[in-house]
Design a protein around this ligand. Structure first.
Ligand SMILES: [Zn+2]
Length: 222
């Protein structure tokens, strides 16, 4: 039932409608994705989020770049991925409308989990590395966030870190288990440099995807 739903969702979201060119036999016979993951790239448009201290790189741009690596890594692992945005633009004209539309996408029926991509900033420039937030009190969200931070800590060479409880819109709104990933600190010189390196971005993305898959493959009821 779930696979049928995902296949139908793929057709709708990929534009296989009456107005679009007909689906090829390959598309019709392709193996349905195993899981449905919603990916949220934080900020966008005039809301650029954090700004790099040394290079003035915009968090919103890095969220899109790293997020697209994550999307492809999840697709390679058999997931159908729905993005909240696909360009540098915001998804609505005002911050309020942007958050409302983002929330509606995060609530799409059938999602197995949601992942929000962000970059961090802090007054102490020595603080660096990834962090993962779950909605305080959400048991499945906590396990998802711990799977992702475990994969990130291991891939990036950090000692084990605990996922952090929080109360963020993008983890509070979804009905599916949700994690907000802070990939690194734009206030730390090493992180700021690394986060703009495509090789490091790919490493981050593979770790996030591995953590998500570990959660999905081992959750209760699999
Ligand atoms: Zn952010």
């Amino acid at each position: 039932m779930k696979r049928t739903f995902l296949l139908l969702l793929s057709f709708f979201l990929l534009g296989c409608t009456a107005a679009a060119p007909p689906c090829t036999p390959y598309e019709l016979s392709a193996t349905p994705p195993k899981y449905f993951v919603i990916l949220d790239y934080g900020h966008g448009g005039s809301d650029c989020g954090a700004i790099g201290v040394d290079t003035a790189v915009l968090e919103s741009d890095l969220n899109l770049l790293v997020g697209e690596h994550v999307a492809r890594a999840l697709e390679d692992r058999g997931c159908f991925v729905l993005r909240t945005r696909t360009s540098a633009d915001a998804i609505a004209g005002t911050k309020r409308d942007d958050m409302a539309r983002r929330g509606a996408i995060l609530l799409t029926d059938g999602a197995d989990c949601t992942v929000s991509i962000h970059m961090n900033k802090f007054s102490d420039r020595r603080v660096k590395g990834p962090m993962c937030y779950f909605q305080a009190g959400a048991k499945d969200g906590k396990r998802l966030a711990q799977c992702v931070i475990d994969a990130l800590s291991s891939a990036l060479g950090y000692d084990s870190r605990l996922a952090n409880p929080g109360n963020n819109y993008v983890t509070r709104i979804p009905s599916a288990p949700s994690v907000l990933v802070e990939c690194g600190f734009l206030s730390n010189p090493e992180d700021e440099r690394n986060l703009q390196d495509p090789v490091y971005q790919q490493k981050l993305a593979d770790a996030i995807a591995d953590g998500v898959m570990n959660y999905l493959e081992t959750r209760a009821g699999q």
